[in-house]
Design a protein around this ligand. Structure first.
Ligand code: PLP
Length: 388
């Protein structure tokens, strides 16, 4: 029997790190400083080294990271925050939690990231309707950095805050410059399945602004002032556990190597699958952290069923655009709608992707995808032809 294929194989990473994870956790249990212990400071320093950002402030999760960035700008009721319609819910949930209004913008068909041209139109549209634009949250969907050079010129022109939601894109780069300083704030998540994941929840905010960094440190700890019982503002309880920091320090030490391995896996997929399918397109100078390897097919469900039949797991990120989520239906979007997001949510599916995917296993996945492409369409009876 062939071994089952993991969508993300965290045990392979654990085996590679050997005793280092257990030893790191044991050290924390020994010193006992479970909240904001020394490993948290050490991790924040290492995250700055890695990303090139001047300040890294860890927090409880990637959703709070966005909430904290918005709070640091005083964004709340009456303020509009532009978000892509095709992303994980947290991107819109963060402004909504603060009483601000998420405004859904369509994405680019190739990169799956927020479409700068549509964003520009949406900002004008919001202003024309008497709304008050304050910020843009761009997302590095599936690992590819958003079009920050263009987004920056737009947010500058309209005097808006740019937040980079790099929950999936941490580790990515544009022309060699790492994700971490493209927005006023960059946020990320250490959820276990993210490219840099812990063994639980975690997140971080990056900024080059020293005053904002200090404000964020206060906001994540109940709005503390000089000491923990001096509360100068309304904040959150949103800190990264020392245990998670200790684990993440070990994982960060092999992250660059894992990113290179992800590149190899993605290249191998694309080389084999490009003759039959639309494979992920990277923009000029873009490096993806390959949080997901995502394909499109008009008969997605049939493709996924065929893969399942061959023992190949696949997943849908994301099955509906945010404007169609029950809790978010009342928020504004462009009069022309979000047609690309609608189409993508009906066609995308993601293949197993992690740094420890062995070539032999990857070949099984590739074979399964290619034979699924050849299966006869039941109703129309047309063979799915592909050029070799
Ligand atoms: C995972 C994710 C988040 C939220 O991260 P959590 O740590 O799960 O709160 C935010 N945005 C995007 C795009 C994500 O993929």
């Amino acid at each position: 029997m062939t071994e089952p294929i993991a969508f993300i194989d965290l045990q392979a990473q654990r085996r590679r790190l050997g005793d280092r994870l257990e030893n790191a956790m044991a050290r924390v249990l020994d010193h006992g400083r479970m909240i904001l212990g020394p490993e948290v400071d050490a991790l924040e320093e290492k995250l700055c080294d890695f990303s090139g950002a001047a300040h890294a402030i860890t927090c409880a999760n990637g959703t709070d990271a966005i909430v904290l960035a918005l709070m640091a700008e005083g964004i709340g009721p009456g303020d509009v925050v532009f978000v892509p319609a095709f992303t994980f819910i947290a991107t819109a949930e963060a402004p909504a939690q603060l009483g601000a209004t998420p405004y859904f913008v369509d994405v680019d068909e190739q990169s799956f990231n927020i479409d700068p041209h549509r964003l520009d139109q949406a900002i004008d549209n919001a202003k024309a309707n008497g709304l008050k634009p304050r910020a843009v949250i761009a997302v590095d969907l599936f690992g590819q950095p958003a079009d920050y050079p263009t987004l920056r010129s737009i947010t500058k022109r309209h005097d808006l805050v740019l937040i980079a939601d790099a929950a999936q894109g941490f580790g990515g780069a544009i022309h060699g410059k790492r994700v971490g300083s493209f927005g006023t704030f960059t946020t990320t998540s250490f959820f276990p399945a993210k490219p840099l994941g812990g063994f639980g929840d975690g997140g971080a905010i990056f900024t080059d602004d020293a005053d904002k960094a200090e404000l964020l440190r206060s906001l994540r700890a109940h709005g503390k002032g000089n000491d923990r019982y001096d509360n100068v503002r309304i904040g959150l309880n949103s800190r990264l556990d020392t245990l998670q920091a200790a684990i993440l320090l070990e994982k960060l030490s092999i992250f660059e190597d894992e990113l290179a391995a992800r590149d190899r896996v993605a290249e191998r997929y694309s080389r084999a699958l490009a003759p039959g399918l639309t494979t992920p397109a990277l923009g000029p100078g873009r490096r993806s952290s390959w949080a997901q390897y995502t394909l499109r097919h008009p008969e997605r469900d049939r493709m996924m069923a065929a893969l399942k039949g061959e023992g190949v797991p696949s997943a849908i990120y994301y099955p509906r655009p945010l404007n169609r989520q029950a809790g978010y239906k009342t928020f504004p979007l462009a009069p022309s709608g979000v047609p690309v997001s609608e189409r993508l949510s009906g066609e995308v599916f993601s293949l197993p992707m992690h740094p420890y995917l062995k070539p032999a296993v990857q070949d099984r996945i590739i074979d399964a995808v290619m034979s699924a492409l050849l299966i006869r369409k039941p109703k129309v009876g047309i063979e799915y032809a592909f050029v070799m």
